[in-house]
Design a protein around this ligand. Structure first.
Ligand SMILES: Nc1ncnc2c1ncn2[C@@H]1O[C@H](COP(=O)(O)OP(=O)(O)OP(=O)(O)O)[C@@H](O)[C@H]1O
Ligand SMILES: [Mg+2]
Length: 317
């Protein structure tokens, strides 16, 4: 038997007015998978997650959770999904235990079952010490754990976590990541983040979203290789083509050179090389030192690279 698909997004598009926040977003997650949803601010992460959790319908396209359409079977779909929103609407004057009880009641849980489950989630989320604390007095990290606790309360098979580690201190970040990992396995999780290393640590697969469109979908390892790998640089040189090619090929780090004659002693070169500013400087230097004319030198926008330059949010040490 094949692994069941627990999250399915199919050609999701969402307009706010006439602004498309996401366009033609399609992906799926299999049972047990932890999927990272990586993208800079305004990429469309929260929008997609709100659609998956039935908070708003897409303008077009469809999505399902555990096989239930989030629009036409929203009750069933919601029963199978736990949601940690970007800002958890916690009732700060409540005690943790009362809040969880309240959330359980809203989801149709009752009596003994709620009590049992609350003590489970308190343990899972390591909230034992704060069971009777007022939410107002909890630190951001512990509030986030209360948010996770309410998300898993009704034992959903799918978890949608919107930036679960944002704004919490480094130690709690580590703990929260461990918590999320421990929630994987049986459950299917999609979590959004703008921190590249975070997805490598937690996720088996990464979707990169940028300006509302999916630009890459791969394992963190494969993405990392692509990022550390090569880049393409285009040059236009006034000089003898054969010699220029030989000179470029001799530069350490250059992996491949292709070329086209543009006539009039000018030619275009496409160089695949190790990535980095130093590489471009060396190419330029080699050409100029020979007394040839460097008419153009540019890195061809590899979309992934651009995206990642924007994404290079470094983590606090
Ligand atoms: N209710 C709304 N009305 C109008 N535009 C909106 C609304 N919500 C989001 N947008 C716009 O849609 C785009 C996607 O927003 P979204 O919140 O999904 O991004 P995000 O990836 O979650 O960003 P962030 O990392 O900042 O949380 C943004 O340009 C945003 O300004
Ligand atoms: Mg967001």
């Amino acid at each position: 038997m094949s692994t069941p698909v627990m999250i399915e997004a199919s050609h999701l598009t969402k307009y706010y007015g006439d602004f498309p926040a996401i366009t033609d977003v399609s992906f799926s997650a299999q049972k047990g998978e932890i999927l990272g949803f990586l993208g800079p601010n305004a990429a469309g992460k929260t929008t997609t997650m709100r659609i998956l959790t039935g908070f708003m319908p897409p303008s077009s396209g469809a999505a399902s959770i555990a096989g239930y359409d989030v629009v036409t079977e929203s009750l069933e779909a919601r029963r199978h999904v736990g949601y940690l929103p970007e800002t958890v609407p916690l009732y700060t004057d409540m005690m943790v235990k009362d809040y969880l009880h309240f959330m359980g009641t809203i989801r149709g849980m009752e009596g003994k079952a709620i009590q049992r489950r609350i003590s489970d989630v308190i343990q899972i989320c390591r909230l034992e010490e704060y069971y009777k604390a007022h939410i107002a007095k909890l630190s951001k990290g512990f509030r986030q754990r209360v948010g996770v606790a309410q998300a898993i309360l009704h034992e959903p098979e799918v978890l949608v976590l919107d930036e679960p580690t944002v704004g919490i201190d480094p130690i709690q970040v580590v703990e929260t990541r461990q918590l999320i990992k421990s929630l994987g396995g049986e459950r299917t999780i999609i979590l959004s983040t703008h921190i590249l290393p975070e997805v490598s640590m937690i996720c088996q697969r990464v979707i990169i979203i940028h300006e509302g469109e999916i630009v890459a979908m791969d394992t963190p390892q494969a993405l990392a290789e692509r990022l550390q790998g090569a880049e393409r640089i285009q040059l236009e040189v006034a000089g003898p083509m054969g010699q220029v090619v030989r000179t470029l090929r001799a530069i350490p780090g250059v992996q491949d050179v292709t070329f086209t004659d543009l006539g009039d002693r000018r030619s275009a070169y496409s160089v695949i090389s190790r990535r980095g500013d130093e590489m471009r400087a060396n190419l330029a230097k080699a050409v100029v030192e020979q007394g040839w004319g460097l008419l153009r030198l540019e890195t061809v926008s590899m979309s992934l690279e651009e995206i990642f330059l924007r994404l290079t949010t470094t983590e606090e040490a």
